[in-house]
Design a protein around this ligand. Structure first.
Ligand code: MG
Ligand code: FE
Length: 169
């Protein structure tokens, strides 16, 4: 079975759409639990809004290709999405595990958009470039922030635990 460049690109866009819904299901439970790391909460809040914008951009691209975004497929692809963050809520180093998982997730998103940009190029889907580049830039900025914040959040975690403060995030 052969597939053309257009349908492969559309599948990639739908996967990205599901990935972004998964991002929301990872960020929201973290935001609802965080109390002691306000810089993390602020950045997650900002990235939640960015992610909603990314979803809107992907939907515009799909519509411009005369494709609908599949809500059902999204749901199936993202059903396990909140598991990582929920799993970490049982850990006393929840803030660290989430920091590592968030960094891994942002890098997955970066790879996904770089791959989609190659497909857009191969199929000359020029109208998709700017949306994909904007999404990519936001993921790169988020990954950079998480990377730069790792020292601070780790030091704060160690200091808090050392002082006998609660394991609450
Ligand atoms: Mg994203
Ligand atoms: Fe992201």
């Amino acid at each position: 079975m052969t597939e053309d460049r257009r349908s492969l690109f559309v599948t990639g866009l739908r996967n990205a759409h599901a990935m972004e819904n998964q991002a929301i299901s990872i960020i929201k439970p973290q935001l609802s639990r965080i109390e002691n790391y306000p810089q993390v909460a602020r950045r997650l809040e900002e990235h939640l809004r960015e992610t909603e914008g990314q979803i809107a951009r992907l939907e515009e691209v799909l519509v411009s290709l005369n494709e609908d975004h599949s809500t059902l497929k999204d749901w199936m692809l993202s059903a396990g999405g909140s598991m990582a963050a929920i799993g970490h809520s049982l850990a006393d180093d929840e803030i660290l595990k989430n920091s590592l998982a968030n960094y891994a997730f942002e890098n997955y998103e970066i790879a996904a958009y770089n791959s989609l940009l190659v497909m857009a190029e191969m199929g000359a889907f020029n109208s998709a470039y700017s949306a994909l580049r904007e999404n990519l830039a936001e993921e790169e900025n988020m990954a950079l922030w998480l990377s730069e914040n790792l020292r601070e959040v780790t030091a704060e975690f160690v200091t808090r635990r050392e002082a006998g403060e609660s394991a609450k995030v």
